[in-house]
Design a protein around this ligand. Structure first.
Ligand code: AMP
Length: 532
């Protein structure tokens, strides 16, 4: 039986038919496209891709900071049957160049600010389009839009006629999103995410994360080249609004204000960003209900959220959080810790649940196994495996890496964790972050959770340092809260009270900040390098 057709561009066409005049894309509070206009622009772009000879399956790279045109290029490329290669805007031009070459992207869309910094120029693609430049205006100069469309969304040229480029059909397992892993070791790998993977992810948002109504508005504060960008899909499914903050990133004051003006926002945020939102709410003495006027739902994930931090977030901002766990290889779909489970304080295992990443999302199954892939008993720590329709088709032109990552249809995530009897998964650490000291396994996160309870501690990262006697010893990097000094004796006493003696850090490094990547993940590799 042939594989069914599927193209995510149909989601946009559907909304453009259902609600053409409905405001869809915003730059801050300023509307820049209705659903009808968005679809028209995508058709226009698709027609230009086709006129330039781009074939279905060809790649188009986006080396862009968050920008309203991100959504238009993404869906325009899909409309023409092309695959999108999102590139982290914080990468060096040379790193982006490597990705463009590896993906053999035929066109690259850029925001000039990120390429002009180093004075280096991208090459390789047939065409490089600055989305703010005059060339883009020509590409975007849409055909005449239905004059009955919402006039607030820009006048149209009188000679423009409605455009009608049909969607190029794709098969469900065709490539939609070629996402390059951050590649902390070696070169990044291209993760092949299909139309079906993203459709699954979009639907799972409704079953496992949140309901969405057309009045809702998603804010793109986290990088659109990552999970935040593909959260456009469930919001488009529901006909909601999409907003790129004018700052192009994360500014708590701006987001609180935009939420007041546009109605409560939903967004994806890494735990460090959640922390900054909570800090802002606390510093400006906002009540939880005032926070509710700015934020409907904050989906957090991508890095560990410590129990103390989520408890504080819930206390300060109220019940508007949902956690997800996933990885580029199964984007945004692994487990979810629901609003209900976060709030269910009466549950006897609430504390354990709060420290977990929740239960398998509806489309996937989760197992925890030993190195041979054998299931481990409940409570034992092993590698987390994921199976289901959100799991990648494989790594781009890298069958060895694919065979290593996917075995018997199960994705080996490289994350370590354990399951409880109710299906809640608690992550320990990435296998590479595990510390082995004197032959014992030590999970850094356990120590981090303890140290975060010490007075005056803002952030902690625990890593292993090479040691002649023990193999590795535990070292804690600690960031004090503003205006606090940290006594390491107090930290040590707390560890003695809470965890086994052999797990205690042998050394403390008090630092002003922790190195993080663009997604807010602490770069433990860098910390380990500092220790030699
Ligand atoms: P990426 O492929 O860049 O999205 O990174 C995925 C990795 O981030 C996962 O394999 C985990 O190690 C980590 N991660 C994602 N979500 C969570 C979460 N909710 N809690 C802890 N770690 C997470």
């Amino acid at each position: 039986m042939p594989e069914p057709e599927l193209n995510l561009a149909h989601l946009l066409q559907r909304q453009a038919r259902l609600a053409p005049e409905c405001p869809a894309i915003f730059l801050g509070t300023q509307g820049v496209a209705t659903h009808g206009q968005w679809a028209q622009r995508c058709q226009r772009l698709a027609a230009q891709f086709q006129a330039a000879g781009l074939q279905p399956g060809d790649r188009v790279a986006l080396f862009m900071r968050n920008h309203v045109r991100y959504l238009e290029v993404m869906f325009g490329a899909w409309w023409a049957g092309l695959a999108v290669v999102p590139i982290n805007a914080k990468l060096h031009v040379r790193e982006a160049q490597w990705i463009i070459d590896n993906a053999q992207a035929r066109w690259t869309f850029v925001t000039a600010d990120i390429t002009s910094d180093t004075g280096e120029h991208l090459t390789g693609s047939e065409r490089i389009v600055d989305v703010d430049g005059p060339e883009a205006d020509v590409l975007w100069q849409g055909p005449r839009l239905n004059p009955t469309l919402n006039p607030a969304f820009g006048a149209t040229h009188p000679n423009e006629t409605p455009f009608d480029t049909p969607i190029t059909e794709r098969r469900r397992d065709d490539l939609a999103w070629l996402f390059y892993t951050s590649g902390t070791t070696g070169r990044p790998k291209g993760v092949m995410i299909t139309h079906h993977n993203l459709m699954t992810m979009g639907l799972a948002y409704f079953t496992d994360v949140d309901a969405i109504s057309p009045q809702d508005c998603i804010a793109y504060a986290a990088p659109m080249s990552h999970g935040a960008g593909i959260y456009a899909i469930p919001h488009l499914m529901a006909g909601a609004r999409h907003m790129v903050p004018p700052s192009g990133g994360f500014d708590p004051a701006e987001l609180f204000a935009l939420g007041q003006q546009l109605g409560p926002l939903s967004l994806f945020a890494a735990p460090t960003i959640v922390k900054r939102l909570v800090d802002h709410a606390e510093q400006t003495a906002l009540s939880a209900s005032a926070c509710g006027q700015s934020f409907k739902t904050v989906v957090y994930g991508g890095a560990p959220m410590y129990a103390a931090d989520i408890q504080r977030a819930l206390r300060v901002m109220g019940p508007r959080f949902v956690q997800i766990y996933g990885q580029g290889e199964s984007p945004m779909v692994g487990t979810a810790l629901s609003r209900h489970h976060l709030q269910d304080t009466a549950h006897p295992r609430h504390a354990e649940r709060l420290a977990s990443v929740g239960v398998a999302q509806t489309p996937v199954r989760i197992r925890v196994t030993d190195a041979q892939g054998q299931d481990l008993p409940l409570g034992e720590v092993g590698e987390v495996l994921i199976q289901g329709d959100s799991v990648m088709a494989g790594y781009w032109r890298n069958p060895e890496a694919t065979a290593h990552a996917i075995q018997n249809d199960w994705l080996f995530t490289g994350d370590m964790g354990c399951l409880d009897a109710d299906g809640f998964l608690t992550l320990k650490d990435r296998s590479k972050d595990l510390i082995i000291s004197g032959g014992s396994n030590i999970y850094p996160r356990e120590i981090e959770e303890v140290l975060l309870h010490a007075p005056g501690v803002a952030e902690v990262a625990v890593v292993g340092a090479p040691d002649a006697e023990w193999g590795e010893v535990v070292v804690a990097f600690v960031v004090p809260q503003a205006g606090h000094t940290i006594e390491t004796a107090v930290l040590d006493a707390l560890c003695l009270q809470e965890i086994a003696r052999f797990k205690r850090p042998k050394r403390y490094e008090i630092v002003t900040s922790l190195p993080k990547n663009n997604y807010g993940k602490v770069l433990k590799t860098e910390l380990r390098q500092r220790l030699g």
